[in-house]
Design a protein around this ligand. Structure first.
Ligand code: 26W
Length: 848
């Protein structure tokens, strides 16, 4: 392979030899402060008065939080430096996990737990007159993601660090994360999420690793003769990518991995012609164009609206991240031999799939490789995870837009496609339709680039996120590709990290589990099976029940604080929290609440469990129907909650501003987990796993990972209902909601209640839009088809609730069988079948 143009020689180190020698210690003493209580107290006070310059006599709570966070951060700095050095060493094979979203939530509590400092920190704070829980909740969520895909990336990082896997997360440092949701008169209102307003303790800016990313301009032939495939990208604009590193501590293993978030900044070179013409202010304000790139997270979780800014974000992320990997490589190599063996680039959905073209460009144009050598590197280091089967979520970018924004990468995409179509023609000679169908660039009049096709053609591994989803990808959406390259396709069922989603968020259950089976489950979730032999222990069941009640008290308080609605902990907490989307069928849940209400007012509610139905989730700001459903739920809630007849029997609440921290209160308190999507639509789901782990029972369809949850816990401990994938597809051509309504009085009564105006609250039109859609024969989500079976399943829930011993036993079995839904298992699967990394600290380092 060809030589790189960059020199691998180290620059002269201008630093004092004393400083270099002191890397991690000072005159033989470790720089890491001690974990004992006095040292912690001293650190907190020092940061409060010296780093933050505050006065203890008028301590702002935010400053106290920050002082604590800084004290904790000090205790991971050395481990972070050592982990980075080993990860970046020439012998370490590593994964770069590229994602437009990382939904990290809060960091302080996570760091305290993973550094195993909970007790000393708690005591240090107590001695200073403070409570850990009070300070923890002052931290703003880092909400740099929409939903499942972003939170999955965050859980992956926790598990990789805890398994000592050399994995670096690469993402964007959005100035504004996921919007804050307020509810006004039942409508969703979006407010900006200024999460950096008070500063962010958990990031370290690394301006020395800034990269330059190009946009616009055009391409010219290259006359240097360096490589026959090289081209010159000229007259482009440049934007700086400045990295901010966030530490990702593993649990109790001295590993601290890195999440590197790029922030866009203008180059210091302003438009001089404008400057000289006296337009100084105009030249400087041109900066905002560049800096807008990382200004805001796009709040869409299922449809792409083709905005050029979003495309700029995607390219900005992949270009900077790949340049970064190459920079590190060239500090210890002078060519690219072995680069592919030491790197895996995992693409979280198609959002970073321009990486396929960008790595080609960097290798060919910047590092003088031939096309064939570069393609060998790219196609053996890229891997792609698909997270959705919904056609509207599959990204396509207009060729025109790509040509004007990224003239060189699009040239490369077209060449990749040309070569790929030759391969298709060899496999299916004469089949032009096949070529049209599989082509990366569509054959339309206004062609688009299908990003999933680019990702598949460029990757050695393509995975879905639950067994059912992976099967459907192979049988349906990607079938042609599967026939061409079956060996590339695999499944990796999602998980969640039990450190956040059980140990941290459910301290009472953690204590009970620790007492019963020891603490090993925190790093080995299969240990939870040791609860199985104890599920008939009545005394244990009673304590399990008491833990649930305590958690329900905590959630009830949150609900009352945010909505003013009071709920009794004697009620069955029936919970559906997730993004608002028609396929997730929050409408089904609302219709069942109406069914319960009608039973109460008709006096036919005998045997019905007293229920608190809790729904929460954000609607994409431009998704009209999802917003109509939010309004519908709020209207129904208002009628139910204000009717004195429902007292002690039924409450319905839409909790505003659902986010990671809210889920940490909700999951431990739920009795019933609603996972009721139309079969074949939810790729996996991960909320379903959080609820199961915390001992909620699931009412669910055979969709996504529900199938595997059911398999793990058994039919008798799961409320299954509804059409299967095959049944949905078989029914679709003859689907007739009116036929269902004609024979189902319960369904008719619900719809009559809506059409009577009972829930209109002055906004009947919006409601009827949602109800009419569900009653149409074209309803893709087939809500009415599943409604009778859903009501039956809810009746089984009510019956079961009446027998508390049986219910609690089922809850215990759900927790006990949730081991396989740990992201520790997921990451081991990725590592065994895709990444092939050696855990840090297990390999002798040569030339480290
Ligand atoms: C605007 C572009 C876009 C398109 C699709 C943004 C986001 C998406 C998604 C479909 C994102 C997403 O969150 N998917 C979810 O991923 C989870 C983790 O794998 C799964 O558990 C969910 O089932 C899936 O909907």
């Amino acid at each position: 392979m060809s030589k790189s143009s960059n020199s691998a020689a180290k620059p002269d180190q201008p630093y004092a030899s004393e400083l270099l020698a002191a890397n991690g210690e000072w005159h033989g003493e470790s720089l890491t402060p001690s974990d004992d209580i006095d040292a912690l107290k001293k650190s907190i006070v020092q940061h409060f008065s010296h780093t933050l310059g505050r006065d203890i006599n008028n301590a702002a709570p935010q400053a106290l939080y920050k002082a604590l966070a800084l004290a904790v951060r000090d205790r991971l700095m050395d481990q972070w430096r050592v982990t980075r050095a080993e990860t970046e060493s020439r012998d370490t094979r590593k994964t770069c996990y590229m994602s437009l979203e990382f939904l990290m939530g809060r960091s302080l509590s996570n760091a305290v737990q993973n550094l195993e400092l909970v007790e000393p920190v708690r005591q240090a704070l107590n001695q200073l007159g403070m409570e850990l829980e009070d300070l923890e909740t002052l931290e703003r969520d880092a909400g740099l993601g929409n939903g499942g895909l972003g939170r999955l990336a965050a859980c992956f990082l926790d598990s990789c660090a805890s398994l000592a896997l050399p994995v670096t997360g690469y993402g964007l440092r959005y100035r504004y994360g996921m919007f804050r949701q307020e509810i006004e008169n039942g409508h969703q209102i979006e407010k900006p999420d200024n999460w950096l307003r008070d500063g962010h303790v958990w990031e370290i800016e690394r301006p020395e690793h800034t990269c330059v990313v190009r946009f616009g301009g055009h391409v010219e032939p290259d006359n240097s003769g360096a490589s026959p495939d090289r081209r010159e990208w000229v007259t482009h604009d440049e934007v700086l990518a400045v990295p901010f590193d966030v530490p990702v501590p593993g649990h109790g293993n001295d590993i601290v991995n890195t999440l590197r978030l790029w922030s866009a900044s203008a180059t210091d070179e302003f438009d001089l012609s404008e400057f000289n013409a006296g337009g100084y202010a105009e030249a400087v304000s041109g900066k905002t164009d560049a800096e807008n790139i990382t200004m805001v997270l796009y709040p869409n979780d299922s449809s792409e609206n083709g905005k050029v800014l979003r495309l700029r974000q995607q390219y900005f992320l992949v270009s900077a991240s790949l340049q970064d990997a190459i920079r590190v490589w060239l500090t210890s190599h002078d060519n690219f031999d072995g680069f592919a063996e030491k790197h895996c680039f995992q693409m979280n959905d198609t959002h970073p799939s321009l990486a396929v073209a960008e790595l080609m460009r960097l290798l060919i144009d910047e590092h003088e490789m031939t096309w064939d050598d570069a393609w060998t590197v790219v196609s053996s280091s890229m891997a792609y995870t698909n997270h959705t089967l919904l056609p509207e979520a599959l990204e396509c970018w207009s060729l025109d837009m790509l040509q004007s924004l990224l003239p060189r990468p699009i040239e490369i995409i077209q060449e990749i496609n040309r070569r790929f179509l030759l391969q298709v023609a060899r496999e299916w000679p004469g089949d032009v339709a096949k070529q049209a169908h599989m082509s990366i660039v569509s054959f339309d009049e206004s062609p688009v680039v299908r990003m999933a096709h680019l990702a598949i053609v460029g990757s050695f591994s393509i995975n879905g996120v639950a067994q059912l989803h992976s099967d459907l990808l192979q049988k349906g959406l990607f079938n042609d590709f599967y026939r061409l390259w079956p060996e590339r396709f695999n499944n990796k069922t999602n998980g969640v990290t039990q450190r956040r989603w059980l140990a941290h968020c459910n301290p009472h259950l953690r204590a009970l589990l620790n007492e019963q089976i020891g603490t090993a489950w925190v790093n080995d979730l299969d240990q939870l099976e040791r609860i199985i032999p104890k599920v008939d222990d009545a005394a244990l069941a009673q304590r399990w029940h008491e833990v649930k009640v305590q958690n329900k008290v905590r959630l009830a308080k949150l609900v009352e604080d945010r909505t003013g609605v009071q709920v009794s902990t004697d009620m069955l907490f029936d919970v559906q929290v997730k993004r608002m989307h028609e396929y997730k069928r929050q409408l089904l849940c609302a219709m069942h609440a109406v069914h319960c209400y009608l039973q109460i007012i008709n006096g036919t509610d005998e045997g019905a469990a007293p229920r608190f139905v809790l729904i929460a989730g954000k609607a994409a700001p431009g998704y009209y129907m999802a917003k109509a459903i939010v309004k519908l739920i709020n209207n129904v809630a208002q009628v139910i909650n204000e009717d004195p007849r429902t007292k002690d029997k039924l409450r319905l609440v839409f909790l505003p501003d659902y986010n990671v921290s809210a889920m940490e209160v909700i999951a431990p308190a739920a009795d019933l987990s609603e996972q009721i999507s139309t079969a074949g639509k939810e790729a996996s789901g991960t909320g379903n796993m959080k609820f199961m782990m915390n001992g909620a029972l699931t009412i669910g369809t055979l969709d996504g990972a529900n199938v595997e949850i059911l398999e793990a816990v058994g039919e008798e401990n799961f409320f299954r209902f509804g059409l299967s994938v095959e049944e949905v597809e078989a029914l679709r051509p003859n689907y007739s909601p009116s036929a269902v309504i004609a024979v189902e009085d319960r369904v008719k009564a619900i719809l009559d209640a809506f059409s009577s105006g009972m829930f209109d609250c002055g906004d009947g039109e919006l409601l009827s839009v949602a109800i009419d859609a569900a009653c149409s024969a074209d309803d893709p989500w087939m809500t009415i088809a599943d409604l009778p079976a859903y009501i039956d399943a809810q009746d089984r829930v009510s019956q079961c609730w009446a027998d508390r011993a049986r219910w609690t036993r089922m809850c215990m079995l759900n927790t006990a069988n949730s081991g396989r839904f740990s992201t520790d298992r997921t990451m081991r699967d990725y590592n065994r079948e895709i990444w092939n990394l050696s855990p840090l600290g297990t390999q002798p380092l040569a030339n480290g």
